[in-house]
Design a protein around this ligand. Structure first.
Ligand code: BG6
Length: 510
């Protein structure tokens, strides 16, 4: 049987190109980007002539840069130990370009160097610029790329392209996101801009669309008539891990909910797209965001919870409180936990609450989406534990990718005891443990020119429109910040939010 088209058409080998990483001495390059490039090369998906140029301000030789990247690959690559022959080939295509982001000359010399590499490796003007810097640098870099002519394409070269990957956060609020997008779009057309959200590179997230639209049995019940509510959880069991300086200006609402969780919500809630074309999918995602009712200050107070972890202990080890983290203001009111109840005001989801929560130093690490269906009428098997009886479909994104369905079964024996049990599908059992890292998938897609798994300008701005209303009230202290112990599930108020309507949060598995 022919395989149906899917949203993962990335089996072809990409043509050689230059990948220029701005902020190449930062954590992301060694932890994620170079391991991803190494694995893509190892899998034969990147052309062996692909060239990587690290652009950063610290003085460094090509060789020093190569050694640092080797350490990163050695520590973080999914396939290890490092293959010596493969590494040597890759290292010969790795270069370092030293400049500050503000120095226009640095871009002029970059243009010259890229021109030479282009000829040497037959890159035909294919260039991917990766902005892996602090967001405050984005406009400066893009502006200089424009001035140095690095955004332009020779109109007589049909092989050439220029693309730019932008790391989150895309702005701090709607206004700054709008300005940033405007700056970027002055140099790059929207079709050249790839805003990355690494959650969209995760396999289970992509499988959400396959799950919803390639199976006949779920779509008829995927609506307000059958669904009681939806929960989206992204829980972390670590703190801010040395990123206090950045995190304190962002908080969980901006760092996680505005992007990763809102993206998950759109994929769960969207209508079937007219095709699997990137824009068709993103059109539907934007429609969901536009249907979310922006809150009044009173609604923010009653439908959201913000929390901050205090000093405590987990696994018998002391954990410092958020206010003691390096880079965090000692009086900070920044939330490390956020929970919001959202309403999608459209035909499919009218009246169905969507609960989103994310936090640091929670009891366990885990990301999952659960669809809670309406309970069966309680006339025959009404159990004393009402509330355990609903069917729940859980899509687990990490740490173990799986899909589970909670159903009710009769406990063996003479009594008619009804007990919830789990039907489980584990990805690793069905397909083995091979699972490319999110950054592998996304880098390759950008090189192949497939923007489906990247965020379009209107998606970012529509998400900020909702988040801004919540931030406005939160920054005025409404509702007040609550505190929670490391290793807990966050503030009690988050439980109360669901309890008000007789619901409760799912317990994430061990
Ligand atoms: C990042 C956030 O986008 O996602 C981090 O900035 C967070 O604060 C991380 O820790 C979580 O990603 P993952 O893939 O580990 O769930």
């Amino acid at each position: 049987m022919p395989e149906s088209p899917n949203i993962l058409p990335t089996t072809s080998q990409a043509k050689p190109c230059a990948i220029v990483i701005f902020g190449a001495t930062g954590d992301l390059t060694a932890r994620k980007l170079l391991p991803a490039i190494y694995n893509l090369t190892n899998d034969g998906l990147l052309h062996p002539d692909t060239v990587v140029v690290g652009f950063a301000r610290r003085p460094k030789t090509d060789d020093e840069f190569r050694q640092e990247m080797l350490k990163g690959i050695d520590a973080f690559s999914r396939s290890r130990p490092v293959d010596k022959a493969l590494w040597e080939k890759l290292a010969a295509h790795l270069f370092y370009h030293q400049s500050t982001f503000e120095d226009a000359q640095g871009y002029v010399s970059l243009a010259k160097r890229l021109g030479e590499l282009d000829k040497q490796y037959g890159l035909s003007g294919r260039r991917l610029y990766y902005l892996s810097t602090s967001p405050t640098e984005f406009s400066t870099i893009v502006g200089h790329l424009g001035e140095a002519g690095l955004g332009n394409i020779d109109p007589f070269n049909s092989q050439a392209w220029r693309r730019v990957i932008v790391e989150k956060p895309f702005g701090h609020n709607l206004k700054s996101a709008h300005e940033l997008n405007h700056q970027i779009n002055r140099v790059f057309d929207e079709s050249q801009v790839y805003r990355i959200d690494h959650y969209l590179g995760k396999q289970t997230v992509q499988n959400l669309l396959v799950f919803r639209f390639a199976n006949g049995i779920f779509e008829p019940i995927w609506n307000r008539r059958y669904v009681d509510h939806v929960q989206v959880t992204v829980a972390e069991d670590i703190g801010v891990e040395g990123r206090g300086g950045y995190f304190d200006t962002a908080g969980t609402l901006r760092d996680m909910i505005q992007n990763h969780l809102m993206q998950l919500l759109t994929l769960v809630a969207m209508e079937p797209p007219v095709s699997l074309d990137g824009d068709a999918i993103r059109d539907e995602k934007v429609r969901v965001l536009k249907s979310i009712l922006p809150y009044t200050p009173e609604q923010v107070e009653s439908l959201t919870v913000r929390g901050q972890y205090v000093r405590g202990e987990r696994n018998e080890k002391a954990v410092i409180g958020y206010l003691e983290e390096r880079g965090v203001s000692p009086h900070s009111q920044t939330e490390t936990y956020a929970c919001v109840q959202l309403a999608i005001d459209n035909w499919r989801w009218y009246g169905v609450p969507f609960y989103l929560r994310s936090g640091k130093h929670l009891k366990r690490k885990g990301s999952e989406i659960s669809i809670h269906f309406n309970r069966a009428p309680g006339v025959l098997f009404n159990t004393p534990q009402r509330g355990t009886g609903a069917n729940v479909l859980t899509l687990r994104i990490q740490p173990r990718e799986s899909i589970g369905l909670q159903i009710n079964a009769k406990r063996p024996g003479t009594s008619a005891t009804v007990t919830p049990v789990q039907m489980n599908f584990q990805y690793s059992e069905a397909f083995g443990s091979y699972s490319p890292e999110a950054y592998e998938r996304l880098l390759l897609d950008a090189i192949l020119g497939d923007s489906t798994l990247f965020i379009r300008r209107d998606e970012v701005e529509s998400a900020w429109h909702i988040i801004d209303r919540i931030e406005e009230s939160w920054s005025a202290g409404k509702p007040p910040l609550k505190f929670y112990a490391p290793g807990s599930w966050g503030p009690d108020e988050a439980d109360q939010l669901l309890r008000k309507s007789g619901r409760s949060w799912d317990e994430l598995p061990q």
